[in-house]
Design a protein. Structure first.
Length: 263
């Protein structure tokens, strides 16, 4: 049951199914309030449902740093690094760029690959020093994306997260959770390139900041609660009646051998 965007018949069906998947997740889980930002008073990252007002320059940079640090690690580890950066007064482009590598290693060690990430953070900080946020905000999505991808250490997922959650421009973020749920829900075993899968969602949805933000965040929540990497908890998941993968559940086993362990 694979849907092909090249076919008008399947394209319409795809759009309906993509919208249905979003509606099911939003109805059952509600707004997620992404991106999480660190609160100095509460000493933890907080989520703010329905936060779609314009981000401050400080918040744009914090979200950008978080998007970079979350590469190849869990958010729990990123939160510890953000806490140190913010509590010690280093969460600004100038402070990070001027900091010694040894100091950055100390501050972001919890995020893993801290040596590589320290260098990436300096590259990102220099980008924000050289380019005014006012001018960056005037760029369209793909002009801004091109600029971000030219920064050494910034890949497509990181760039798109910065654009969507930081600059609040509509681009659909693809991560391992998105890929896992998409492949299982639709029973689609094609190996999609990042931008191929991004375009499937963008061609099926109107370019809406709220929908793109919530959709990605909802994917993460469903993946963490139910759609686990190795053996998903289909019997507990509210998507099971519509999910192709869940319908293949028989006697505690899944018949889609290729998709049994999707990253």
């Amino acid at each position: 049951m694979t849907f092909f965007l090249k076919s008008k018949k399947f394209s319409k069906r795809m759009k309906n199914k993509i919208q249905e998947l979003y509606d099911l997740m939003y109805l059952n889980l509600g707004p997620q309030g992404w991106w999480p930002v660190y609160d100095l008073k509460l000493k933890k990252c907080v989520y703010i449902p329905n936060r779609y007002t314009k981000n401050s320059p400080k918040l744009i940079f914090e979200i950008s740093v978080g998007a970079l640090l979350t590469q190849n690690t869990s958010w729990i580890n990123v939160e510890k690094a953000l806490a140190k950066l913010k509590e010690e007064g280093y969460l600004s482009p100038k402070k990070i760029y001027e900091a010694s590598f040894e100091k950055l290693y100390e501050l972001i060690r919890s995020s893993g690959y801290y040596r590589q990430k320290a260098e990436k953070l300096k590259n990102l900080s220099l980008f924000f020093i050289k380019n005014s946020l006012k001018e960056l905000s005037k760029k369209n999505v793909f002009e801004l994306r091109k600029m971000l991808l030219e920064i050494k250490g910034i890949g497509r997922e990181t760039a798109d997260s910065i654009i969507l959650y930081g600059f609040q421009k509509p681009i659909f973020v693809i991560d391992s959770y998105t890929r896992r749920i998409y492949l299982r829900f639709f029973g689609d075993e094609k190996e999609y390139d990042y931008d191929e899968l991004r375009e499937i969602f963008e061609k099926s949805l109107k370019p809406d900041l709220k929908i793109y933000s919530e959709y990605h965040a909802l994917f993460v929540e469903v993946a963490k609660r139910y759609c686990l990497k190795k053996i998903p908890l289909c019997e507990k998941c509210f998507l099971s009646l519509k999910c192709f993968y869940a319908k293949e559940f028989k006697n505690g086993k899944y018949t889609l051998s290729k998709n049994r362990q999707i990253s």
